[in-house]
Design a protein around this ligand. Structure first.
Ligand code: SF4
Ligand code: SF4
Length: 474
């Protein structure tokens, strides 16, 4: 594709040698499309949006089932309570997401972009609203060319009103993941929404409105980094949307009854529908382009044309470079899915996923951090006993309040001199000052190793050991 940077200097900047750095946007009016892949995309729209809009409304143990409580620094995901110290799970989740993306891209190209990316999903919803109000592609083109009139104003106002309503609800739902959505709606109704919540409702809503209503394909073309580095994950056996040039060319219009071979034509009737349905406005017949998000709208459109003219489907189809060059059958294509790169990506993904979930399921719902009191290293108290002071931070990840027993070991006669049992509220943290003593003459002068054990009174299997040190003055 010709880049605007390649524009001859004489054509640009009035002969001053200045060149345009950015291509002027050509507004795209995608035509509505139905078919197998459009059906899959709408299925994904429903699934992802039911999850996104629905999750904040679910409750679990009298609280939102999914709540990322940044103020309290607790993250609730159904029965699991996580703390900032559990950052490892977020890291694991990001590794799984990245690995999944690598795997799916190596197998089937931009599957994520075409079916599940929020930009695709919201653009699909916004385009559906646009079509319901302004009509399909020809009607929208006509409307945009018309001078402003009461009808045009009403249609545009209705469209933007509907877009804003969806965007606002999306912003409210987003905030509902960080603060109870029922509380957010109650605050909204009484004009008592806090400044941060207001900011994020407006910001997220505005981003949705702008990205899905106006920016659309430009987000994919210019802003998304994935479009740029995806080619590193492609090989000649990656499924991509391809136009079968050998079969389609030379393209050209013909009557339905005409024999294309007699006319010296291929199967492409040059109807242009594959371009008209493309949300990024490209012509797939020019070959794979980075703008192609793999939505397969052109496949659905072309299959319908092929049905109408009585040719076999699949002039535009999912295929691989090798498959196209060697005219491979579906079975041959399928066999190439299990190639070394895919097996390595898949193996790593399975291993990381199992490790993460096993760790999550088997983790102890108690975390203990021992902090030595630096102010008093070690001091002599009554009867020549030596005392060290600690602070134990107990984090109870269970959804019930729990009593814990603190014991200590590692030095002869070492014991807890404060109350050994403490209670921590459900999903709560508590800082407990603990004094530890040994008898006179025990322990080595200097630093001695020490171990705390904290166990739940009602369930000794919930126990954590934490190493520390005990200082004996010389
Ligand atoms: S939709 Fe199919 S037949 Fe029509 S122009 Fe595109 S490739 Fe050719
Ligand atoms: S070329 Fe086809 S698959 Fe690619 S973005 Fe356009 S319509 Fe979607």
């Amino acid at each position: 594709m010709k880049s605007p940077l390649q524009k001859p200097a004489a054509q640009a900047g009035g002969g001053t040698g200045e060149v345009d750095l950015y291509e002027v946007r050509r507004k795209i009016y995608p035509r509505a499309v139905t078919g197998l892949f459009a059906g899959w995309r709408w299925t994904m729209v429903w699934v992802t949006q039911l999850v996104f809009y629905g999750l904040p409304w679910l409750t679990w143990n009298d609280r939102p089932a999914v709540l990322l409580d940044l103020v309290q620094r607790r993250f609730y995901i159904f029965g699991i309570v996580l703390y900032p110290q559990d950052f490892i799970y977020l890291t694991g989740l990001l590794v799984i997401s990245a690995r999944s993306l690598f795997l799916f891209t190596a197998v089937a190209g931009r599957l994520w972009c075409g079916y599940a990316c929020p930009q695709t999903v919201y653009t699909e919803i916004f385009m559906w609203i646009e079509r319901r109000i302004e009509g399909d592609r020809p009607a929208r083109i006509r409307l945009d060319r018309e001078d402003m009139s009461a009808r045009k104003f009403a249609l545009k106002a209705a469209k933007h009103g509907a877009w804003l309503a969806v965007a606002l609800w999306t912003g409210i739902t987003f905030v509902g993941y960080f603060s109870s959505i029922r509380g957010v709606l109650g605050s909204l109704a009484s004009f008592g929404l806090g400044p941060w919540e207001t900011f994020w409702v407006v910001f997220y809503g505005f981003a949705t409105y702008g990205n899905a209503g106006f920016m659309r394909e430009q987000v994919c073309k210019y802003m998304c980094p994935y479009a740029r580095f995806q080619s590193a994950m492609f090989d000649r056996d990656t499924m991509i949307i391809t136009y079968d040039g050998d079969r389609g060319e030379p393209r050209g219009a013909r009557s339905k009854k005409a024999d294309p071979k007699a006319l010296g034509l291929g199967d492409c009737v040059n109807c242009g529908l594959c371009v008209e349905v493309c949300p990024t406005g490209i012509d797939i017949r020019k070959g794979l382009q980075y703008e192609c998000i793999g939505c397969a709208a052109c496949v659905d459109a072309c299959d319908k044309v092929m049905d109408r003219v009585g040719y076999p489907r699949g002039l535009i189809r999912y295929d691989t470079e090798n498959g196209l060059a060697n005219r491979w059958s579906r079975e041959q294509l399928f066999r190439r899915v299990f190639r070394p790169r895919v097996l390595v990506y898949g193996g790593i993904l399975i291993a990381v996923t199992i490790a993460l979930f096993a760790h999550l399921v088997l983790r102890t719902p108690l975390r203990v951090d021992v902090i030595r009191d630096r102010g008093t290293l070690g001091r002599e108290v009554e009867n020549g006993e030596i005392e060290n002071v600690y602070r134990l931070q107990l984090i109870n990840s269970a959804e019930t309040a729990r009593s814990y027993r603190i014991t200590v070991s590692g030095i002869d006669t070492v014991r807890i001199a404060t109350e050994p049992e403490v209670q921590v509220e459900r999903a709560g943290t508590r800082m407990v000052p603990v004094r530890v003593r040994i008898d006179a003459g025990k322990g080595q002068p200097g630093t001695n190793k020490l171990e705390f054990r904290v166990e739940a009174v009602d369930d000794p299997s919930v126990a954590v050991r934490e190493a520390s040190t005990f200082f004996v003055p010389r």
